[in-house]
Ligand binder design. Structure first.
Ligand code: ZN
Length: 139
């Protein structure tokens, strides 16, 4: 069995944002030389997510609106978490609902997706460098 590990770095210039990272994950799969196996992609930070859905800007705005309704950034005083002096209590909650990681099958050297599936990095407390782990095992 082969094993491959890589960290992808992001520095989203805004507090929140979504990035299609499918091309980077495909590049990792090519680099790994693995054609049959499993690909784990996870955010390494507790205020960011990795998830799979459609690459559609209206949907991304819907996510952002929905997450802001569930856990508005302001007022920051509404979160007990922020009593530590941080202002990212909302980002922890947004990350929880959007998820930490995805697992995708690799078949015949390709991501074995359904028709519209793409992998996204979801940032909820950006403007700093953050990492995503890609781990691939198989043969
Ligand atoms: Zn925090």
């Amino acid at each position: 069995m082969k094993s491959y590990r890589k960290e992808l770095w992001f520095n989203i210039p805004t507090r929140r944002g979504f990035v299609n990272i499918t091309p980077e994950v495909e590049r990792c799969l090519r680099e790994s030389g693995i054609s049959e196996g499993l690909i784990l992609v996870n955010a390494m930070h507790i205020t960011a997510s990795v998830f799979i859905n459609d690459d559609e800007s209206g949907l991304h705005q819907d996510y952002d609106d929905w997450l802001e309704q569930l856990a508005p950034h302001e007022p920051v005083s509404r979160y007990r978490h922020n009593r530590t002096g941080e202002d990212n209590g909302d980002a922890h909650l947004k990350r929880q609902i959007m998820g930490r990681e995805v697992v995708v099958a690799a078949t015949n050297g390709k991501l074995d997706f359904g028709p519209w599936e793409r992998i996204f990095y979801g940032e909820f407390d950006g403007r700093r460098k953050k990492r995503v782990l890609v781990k691939i095992i198989g043969e």
